[in-house]
Design a protein around this ligand. Structure first.
Ligand SMILES: Nc1ncnc2c1ncn2[C@@H]1O[C@H](COP(=O)(O)OP(=O)(O)O)[C@@H](O)[C@H]1O
Ligand SMILES: [Mg+2]
Length: 169
């Protein structure tokens, strides 16, 4: 299976993908394994990722840019996180305020899920709010084993209204 894990930075892609890779034995490829430059051209990322994974039957590919590029994939999982929790995670990571605002806004506006659904047929939406990476990985594995989809309902529009009122965004 070719599994793509994507989502806004801080939603837990790397943590969850590492557990999934360990449990399934599928190799894990992250954006950094494919391109080294920080400001990457998505066309180049797409071609290089396809090239790097072309002989891999089973693989997990993880990165926030993979919602913007179309890779050969059996399933794309978009991780979601409530904006307040995402903000806390990114603060704990020491991100500059501007970066936090950009990423939180992308999450509020459903950026990754909208992009992923434009590009791919099989897309799961998985809410990580209030769950550890291990719990999220186990939910995914259990759904895969049972042959059921996960499509959590997510609506952060109330946060947009609240934060606009407070002048945070
Ligand atoms: N479900 C979670 N609950 C609490 N903290 C989390 C969770 N998922 C990730 N984190 C923390 O948030 C930060 C970002 O996680 P990471 O897996 O690197 O996300 P991404 O790869 O999507 O940027 C890390 O410090 C991680 O430990
Ligand atoms: Mg990461």
């Amino acid at each position: 299976m070719r599994l793509v894990i994507t989502g806004v930075p801080g939603t837990g892609k790397t943590s969850v993908a590492e557990i999934l890779s360990e449990r399934t034995g599928y190799p894990l490829i992250t954006t950094g394994d494919v391109v080294k430059d920080k400001y990457v051209d998505t066309r180049k990322l797409r071609l290089k990722t396809i090239w790097k994974t072309k002989d891999m039957g089973d693989v997990i590919i993880e990165g926030h840019l993979f919602c913007e590029v179309k890779l050969p994939a059996d399933l794309v999982i978009v991780l979601r996180t409530h904006p307040e929790e995402l903000k806390r995670r990114l603060e704990a990571r020491g991100y500059p305020e501007k970066k936090i605002r950009e990423n939180v806004l992308a999450e509020i506006l459903d950026y990754c899920i909208v992009k992923a659904e434009q590009k791919y047929d099989d897309v799961w939406q998985v809410d990580t709010t209030g769950r550890t990476p291990l719990e999220t990985a186990e939910r995914i594995l259990s759904a895969l084993e049972r042959g059921v989809d996960i499509y959590d309902r997510v609506d952060w529009s109330h946060v947009l209204e609240d934060w606009l009122r407070k002048g945070y965004i």
